[in-house]
Write a protein that binds this ligand. Structure first.
Ligand code: NDP
Length: 246
């Protein structure tokens, strides 16, 4: 029996789709036939890219409307943009908190709401996939400095997992599904600065014994966007090489 995911004729927005994991997600969604709109903050490095700070609710609403008008009806959202601040806890400031939560929590909420507004207005179904992190469950060390724990990053990812459940519960009646993928360690700029000895140590603690390639986040994301996941909402799916088993 064939198993094909085909997003032809659909427009899917990927926030932070210009680099890192988001770049692979936008490529994967495009390979499945979707018209992809990328949202970036500063570094434009892609076609069909829209500059928009996900923390700015008004700008997010108008950008989503613009994408919907220019590229055709939006049917899916991958809320991938995320940031961290790595400092000793005693040095963290309120501005650091705001910087991280504005993107990782409010940014996810703003973009999910902008998509839901479009769908509810035209009584269309839609699917949202949020890129959280396994650190929604555990206090993982910073890749750059293993003696630090990224308090604001970890707690923002725990918060966003709860936001997803709330939105999924509230919007199910509209045919809008909201799910989370939570990666473990992925080979990106974020983890490339790691001391090789520490990387080896961390990898040894992962049942699959290695960090993920960014493209290994694509399968679960595309599945959750598709109708094959029509009975899945409010879920958090760990793509972590089994790390949370231990
Ligand atoms: P990168 O640092 O490589 O990329 C972050 C992306 O988010 C960039 O495209 C950036 O845009 C965008 N972005 C940041 N702030 C904003 C904003 N205010 N408005 C719009 N876009 C913004 O991240 P990764 O690829 O490493 O991570 C992607 C996601 O995966 C994040 O949510 C991260 O928490 C999560 N994750 C990553 C893991 C890893 O090992 N790398 C592990 C687990 C989860 P620009 O380039 O314009 O600045």
């Amino acid at each position: 029996m064939g198993f094909t995911i085909d997003f032809t004729g659909q427009t899917i927005i990927v926030t932070g789709g210009n680099r890192g994991i988001g770049y692979e997600l936008s490529k994967g969604v495009a390979q499945a036939g979707a018209n992809v709109a990328i949202i970036y903050r500063s570094a434009k490095d892609a076609e069909q890219a829209y500059k928009c700070d996900v923390g700015d609710a008004e700008l997010v609403n108008s950008t989503f409307k613009q994408i919907d008008d220019e590229l055709g009806p939006v049917t899916g959202l991958v809320a991938n943009a995320g940031v961290s601040v790595v400092k000793p806890a005693v040095d963290l400031t309120s501005d650091d908190f705001k910087y991280v939560y504005d993107v990782n929590v409010l940014g996810v909420f703003n973009t999910a709401r902008a998509a839901a507004k479009l769908w509810i207005a035209r009584q269309a179904k839609g699917s949202i996939v949020v890129n959280s992190s396994m650190s929604s469950r555990i206090i993982n060390q910073s890749a750059e400095n293993q003696s630090l724990t990224q308090i604001f990053y970890n707690s923002s990812k725990a918060a966003v997992s709860s936001v997803v459940k709330g939105l999924a519960a509230e919007w199910a009646i509209h045919g809008i599904r909201v799910n989370t993928i939570s990666p473990g360690y992925v080979k990106t700029a974020q983890t490339s600065g790691m001391d090789p000895k520490i990387r080896e140590y961390q990898a040894a603690n992962i049942p699959l014994r290695r960090f993920a390639e960014p493209e290994e986040m694509v399968g679960q994301t595309v599945l959750l966007l598709s109708d094959y996941a029509s009975y899945m909402t409010g879920g958090e799916y760990f793509v972590d090489g089994g790390q949370l088993i231990w």
